[in-house]
Structures are given as C-alpha cells and as structure tokens.
Ligand binder design. Structure first.
Ligand SMILES: [Zn+2]
Length: 518
C-alpha cells in the first residue's frame, strides 16, 4: 500500500498541476478558483473529500502500474506482501493458521488472497467472498506478428474481448505483458515487460480520402486495424548485427526490431526470448480530471476499478479478525472478457478448489472434517459471493438509453445490479444483506436494471453462483464509456466501493445470522 505522506505529495502535485493549467489561460479565473478551494478546506466536508481524493490518487497509481493482467496481479501481490500476506503455492501442502493471511497466483494473471478469522473452525465457518476480474479488452500481439506494407513495419494483432475498437485509432500505444525468458542455466522464467514509450499506432484515414468518416466510422478489423511499429527505411538503418545471427524461428515470427526493444527493456539478450503474451495499451497515463478533479480518466477501469476495491477492502480489514468466524477471501480472475472459460478464469476450478483446500485443513480444530464433500456443501450455504464488476453511470448525452428509474450517478455509491433473466445473480435476500451492511456503515448504494429493449452485459456472478450454488450479489462502481480505450469513473466511488466491500467482510456473518431463507 502506498503510504499516506506519499499520497499527499501526489495529491498536492495533482492539484497544483490543475490550478497552473488554468492560470496560464486566464489569471482571473485562477485566483477565484484558488480562493474557492480555500473556502472548501474550512468546511467539515473537507476531511471526507480529502480521504476520497487520496484513495483515488492511490487507485490512479494502481492503474498506471497495471497495463496487463500480469501486471495487475504483480501489483496486487506487492500490496498484499506489504500488508503481511504470506505467499503460498497450489503445488504445496498448506499449513494454515488462525488470523493467517495468505495469497497465491495462478498463471501469473489470476490471484486469490484470504484471511482466516480468529474464531474460524474447520468444518464450521463459511466464506465471505469477493470476486472480480483482472483483464480488459485490448489488442494482443499475434503468434506470428511480422508484417510489412508499403514501407511500414506493422505488428499483427488479435482483438481480445469486446472493445470499442474505433477508440484505439490514433492513440499512442505501448506494449506490456509477460515474456518467457530462457535463463543461462536452461530454465525458463515468466518475466514482466512494460514498454511505456509509444512505439505503436493505428492510423485513421484522412477525412479528405474518406468523406463518410463522420457519418459512420467503419473499418475492417483484420486489415485496417494494424498498428505500425516503424518505417522500413529507419528499421534497416537501425538494424543490429545480432539480428542476422538469430535462429530462424524468431525472425520468422516477429520483426527483429520488436524482439530487440523487448530484450532491451527487460535487460536480457534477444535470443533468450522464447515466447510471450503481450497486450497493447494506451501510454497516456490514468489521471484525475474534471474541474474539481472529480473524475478518473483511464483505460481498464472495467475491471481494475473493482479489482482495486476488493484488494484494498481485504487489506484494510485483515488485521481486525478477532471476532471473525468466516474466511475472508478475494478471487481476481483473468479471462472474464472472453467468457471465463480457461484454466485460471472464473469458470475453472480455481475458486471451488481453493475453498475445498481451506476446508480440508484442520485450522481452528483438532482435526479436519471427515467428509470434505459434506463440509463443503454446508460451508457454501453459510457463504456469500459479492461479484464485483463495474456498472454503467448514466451518460448525459444518451440518458434515454437508461431505464428512467435506474440511472446510476457518479459519487452516489456502488451499484447493485439486478436482472430478472439472471444476467446478474442478485436476488432479494442477497441485495437485502448487502443493503443492510451498507446501511450500518453509512455507505451509499444505488440500483441498476437495463431497459427491456436493451441488451444486457453479464459478469462472473451468474456463472460462479450456478457452479457453486452460492448466494451471490452483483455490484460495481458506476462508470462511463465501458470498454473504450479511455473510460471515465467517479472519484468518490473508489472509496465508496472499498468501504462497502470492507463492511461486507466485517459484517456479513452477523447480518446473515438475521436472514432466514430455506
Ligand atoms: Zn467487467
């Protein structure tokens, strides 16, 4: 977790930057703005506002450190380690202790972290689970990416997930992901790479050559969405000697210039690069924006927004488990944007296996439960899953697209998502439990349903709920432009989301004890 003094420093920088940009264009506005800000500081709401800004600035840091799911998991792991979580592995036997804090990763792109309550007894307690996802729509480098056309070196890409692809044109793109690097001892290591320099770009066609561009921007996803990496002329001028000495496979699959820049960034030799999974990303960093710094402008808010809130809620609640009878657990899955069916997606055995392994330990009891299958069934019915994935804030220019009684607003809290056709897994008892938890901690909450004449997204909620038979509520913070390369969220909702999930961890067992449904 980033320390407070650091946060204040960053917050100071962000406020200063904003006022100076205004003062360059209009000095009068600048001075009145500053005095208005001073007045704000003397009001009682200021302390709360400041806390919201701090949380949002820390979230912006998290976003900028996470250009790919691998980086998001790496960043989350670092924060968990700082908070005292012990890294365990699915390959090993687990020796769990009361008040123990543990985490593990799968494929380097999914992560599970959990805390054992001090009053947890093997075979007795349930699970308080928050699930989110680490992936976002993006362009991914093809296995054979080498392309050249009319004097340009291009990089072949696949489309991952359901992005608003036209937003990827004319952006300054970098590359990030994981590379399998051969070590000198012959082993292979998963290594992260993050090229922050804008080395790629998907160019639009000039309006002069396409008069219809403003009526409908249409393009072929295979042939007209290819990013350019370099000009062939500069590429041959800068070609390195080693390139010609390479093994045939690498030069056949990817342009040497691409392999070289990866190798330089990772400080390894080009020959060591064996394989990779690379995402393209917008190099414009996430930032606070809007006149009062009330927005978060960034890529990947869906779903690093709820990944961040889940992670921070667990970290912030992990030291106060003396009265806790449950396991508090977060599961951050890769591959939600493509349907979750992978070895590390929500449709895998990741969550059920984790629950089973925790149940089969003898933590809090003399022995492990004799019949794990029965113990599992019992535990599931004492548990609840909060499926945390971003929601749609009302867009002022398209308000008619939203059901008139369900138009989530920025800063007004996390949204409970409900759908009669179970595209969201929320039921009356699960939404009641979450609303009661929010009421007790005075955290704001909103509700969302889609119009009957509109399509509806879905989440990991219905899938996990059906797979495990676990009670589930679907929630998420409101945002604009979901799946665009540059999305917009509300600053206050970052803290609202964290506070809500923290309250869920702290209060679920006690609130659940008052709800009776057979
Ligand atoms: Zn999502």
């Amino acid at each position: 977790m980033v320390g407070c003094s650091n946060l204040f420093k960053q917050l100071g920088i962000s406020l200063k930057r904003r006022t100076s940009s205004i003062s360059t264009s209009n000095t009068l506005i600048a001075s009145s703005f500053v005095s208005e800000k001073k007045m704000d500081y003397s009001t009682s709401g200021h302390h709360q506002q400041n806390q919201h800004q701090q949380e949002a600035v820390d979230f912006v840091d998290f976003l900028n450190a996470s250009p790919s799911p691998f980086h998001a998991v790496h960043e989350a792991s670092g924060r968990l380690e700082k908070a005292g979580f012990e890294k365990i592995s699915e390959k090993d036997e687990w020796h769990l202790k009361k008040k123990g804090k543990y985490y593990f990763t799968r494929n380097g792109s999914s992560l599970v972290a959990f805390v054992v309550g001090d009053k947890y007894q093997a075979g007795q307690g349930g699970f308080s689970i928050v699930g989110a996802h680490t992936d976002s729509p993006c362009l991914k480098v093809k296995p054979i990416s080498k392309k050249e056309s009319v004097g340009y070196i291009e990089v072949g890409v696949q489309l991952y997930g359901g992005g608003i692809w036209h937003t990827w044109f004319d952006r300054d793109l970098g590359i990030a992901g994981r590379v399998m690097v051969q070590q000198h001892d012959g082993t292979y290591k998963h290594t992260l790479v993050h090229i922050k320099k804008p080395i790629l770009r998907v160019p639009t066609l000039a309006i002069h050559l396409d008069g219809s561009a403003n009526e409908a921007f249409k393009f072929n996803k295979e042939t007209q969405m290819l990013p350019i990496l370099a000009t062939a002329a500069k590429s041959s001028l800068n070609a390195k000697k080693e390139e010609r000495a390479w093994g045939p496979d690498q030069t056949k699959n990817h342009h040497p210039a691409l392999i070289n820049v990866l190798a330089e960034t990772m400080k390894v030799e080009a020959r060591q690069i064996c394989d990779f999974e690379l995402c393209l990303f917008d190099t414009q960093p996430a930032t606070l924006g809007g006149l009062y710094d009330e927005f978060v402008f960034s890529a990947r808010l869906d779903n690093l927004g709820m990944t961040y809130c889940s992670l921070m809620a667990l970290i912030q609640s992990c030291n106060d488990v003396s009265d806790e009878s449950n396991i508090r657990l977060i599961s951050l899955f890769d591959n939600e944007e493509i349907g979750s069916t992978s070895a590390h997606g929500a449709n895998s055995n990741l969550l059920p296996c984790t629950m089973e392994r925790i149940l089969s330990s003898n933590v809090g009891s003399k022995s492990a439960p004799k019949n794990i299958k029965v113990a599992f069934e019992q535990a599931v019915h004492k548990s609840m899953l909060v499926s945390a994935d971003m929601a749609h804030a009302v867009n002022p220019n398209y308000a008619e697209k939203y059901e008139e009684n369900h138009r989530p607003q920025m800063h007004k809290g996390t949204v409970i998502k409900i759908n009669a056709n179970q595209r969201y897994a929320t039921t009356a008892p699960t939404s009641l439990i979450l609303r009661e938890i929010a009421r007790q901690k005075e955290v704001p909450i909103q509700e969302f349903v889609v119009r009957n004449d509109s399509s509806c997204g879905s989440t990991i909620g219905p899938m996990l709920s059906a797979k495990l038979g676990i009670r589930t509520v679907d929630i998420g913070n409101p945002q604009l432009s979901m799946h665009s390369i540059r999305e917009t969220g509300g600053v206050d909702d970052v803290k609202h989301g964290t506070d809500l999930l923290k309250a869920f961890f702290e209060l679920f067992p006690s609130v659940d004890a008052r709800v009776f449904v057979d």
